[in-house]
Design a protein around this ligand. Structure first.
Ligand code: S3P
Length: 444
């Protein structure tokens, strides 16, 4: 990937300017990773349309290529072909596997590699990723017989994985995390005997949907679909996948158009998987003006278009641990929304945000306070006092893509212009964010 110049990363952000027109957000990041990974271990070709052409999926593709999987170049608008090598066909890489900034890449690949008998792998990533907890995946994989070690007692990358014979297990996960769940499911494909993952609450279910489509023997049961069982013995078969637009990227436009006077947007082709649509529920309680139209099913995932119009006097909101798995990546942009609601918004049960690409509770509190927002930070959330003017200032995404985009929206509502350091981070999940923003502000 291109290293941005200093000028690219420090961006001027002008105050004001409503957003109007149509926008198509890039492909869903979670689904893109899974399409590449499952395609790699399937038999035959997997054809992927709409794959997110951004840094995180490129990290996944690079790791897979290092293990002998042929994947066509990832470019915007191109159909990607993955030539699957089957469950036993991954080669031992000649060098360390670099997962870049991507937690999904590292965690899912841990599950993929734990059972690759006789091979040795080293996984690393950028400074942010090397500080994120990995024992939450390593520990359950060890219960299956995995051999994983790393810095800080196996919690931090670089990680070493010695592929070994795995056995099925019943594993309760301590947090509702689709990354942990998916890593276990990937390992379970090669284990002896069946494996059941039991989640404390249901996390996004793209892995379950896609693994079933690839032919895995997978069953979802238990209360609220929290028990997922894989019985090994079936080979995966290459599939055709159409990746819908990422609702986590649409979230920036949903909030922007709701809070910026005069805005009217249509966001096309957005994934509406119910395990991801917490943002729509919260905007509903805020009484935002949002319509979902053209609902349809595309390759096993629900999809629709979303119309959103500016709405005066939005209501404040409360988030708790129950909704958190369905909204975990949208908390930064919702904390911007809270600044423009009439009243006090409460975000609780969000301690997982502290172990994302940055400590998102701390960074959002720090950056919004610079703009003059009144925010209290708690161990597991934020209290945000809405209705005060924000002023323009020197902002910093601190290298976090979702924070860069959230602050960009906040700066439009400020009373003076701002600058944003590390604006290039947006490319991790939304490479065209800055050009889409410019276009939508040019009244089309
Ligand atoms: C993801 C799951 C979530 C989310 C991340 C992508 C996935 O993380 O925050 O951006 O693709 O499985 P957790 O599983 O840690 O909650």
């Amino acid at each position: 990937m291109k290293v941005p110049t200093k000028d690219q990363s420090l961006r001027n952000l002008q105050k004001g300017g409503e957003l109007c027109g149509k926008v198509k957000v890039p492909g869903d990041k979670s689904i893109s990773h899974r399409a590449l990974l499952f395609g790699a271990i399937a038999e035959g070709k997997t054809i992927i349309e709409g794959l997110l052409p951004a840094e995180d999926p490129v990290s996944t593709a690079e790791c897979l290529r290092s293990m002998g999987v042929k994947i066509t170049p990832i470019k915007k608008g191109e159909t990607i072909v993955v030539n699957g090598v089957g469950l036993n066909g991954l080669q031992e890489p000649q060098d360390i596997l670099n997962c870049g900034n991507s937690g999904t890449t590292m965690r899912l690949i841990m599950g993929l590699l734990a059972g690759q008998e006789g091979h040795h792998f080293i996984l690393t990533g950028d400074k942010s990723l090397r500080n994120r907890p990995m024992k939450r995946v390593g520990q359950p994989l060890k219960m299956m017989g995995g051999k994983i070690s790393g810095r800080s007692g196996g919690d931090l990358a670089p990680l070493s994985i010695i592929g070994s014979k795995l056995r099925g297990a019943v594993i309760g996960t301590p947090v509702a995390s689709a990354q942990i769940k998916s890593a276990i499911l990937l390992a379970a494909l090669k284990a002896e005997g069946s494996t059941t993952v039991i989640e404390p609450a249901r996390s996004r279910d793209h892995s379950e949907r896609m693994l079933k489509a690839f032919g895995a023997n997978l069953e979802v049961g238990g209360e609220m679909g929290r028990h997922i069982t894989i019985s090994p013995g079936r080979n995966l078969k290459g599939q055709s996948i159409i990746v819908p637009g990422d609702i986590s990227s649409a979230a920036f436009w949903l909030v922007a158009a709701s809070i910026i006077p005069g805005s009217e947007l249509i966001i096309e082709n957005v994934g509406l998987n119910p395990t991801r649509t917490g943002i729509l529920d919260v905007l509903g309680t805020m009484e935002a003006n949002i319509n979902v139209t053209n609902k349809r099913d595309v390759a096993g995932e629900p999809v629709g278009d979303i119309e959103v119009y500016y709405k005066e006097n939005l209501k404040p909101f409360s988030l708790n641990s129950e909704i958190m798995p369905r909204i975990v990546d949208e908390v930064p942009i919702l904390s911007v929304a809270a600044c423009f609601c009439k009243g006090i918004s409460h975000i609780k049960g969000a301690s997982e945000l502290r172990v994302k690409e940055t400590d998102r509770l701390a960074v959002m509190a720090r950056q919004l306070k610079r703009m003059g927002a009144k925010v209290d930070e708690h161990q597991d959330g934020l209290t945000i006092y809405g209705g005060n003017n924000l002023k323009g200032c020197e902002l910093d995404s601190e290298g976090d893509h979702r924070i860069a985009m959230s602050l960009a929206i906040a700066s439009i509502m400020a009373t003076s212009n701002s600058t944003l350091r590390h604006s290039e981070a947006a490319a991790i999940s939304y490479p065209d964010f800055w050009s889409d923003l410019k276009r939508l502000q040019q009244k089309n």
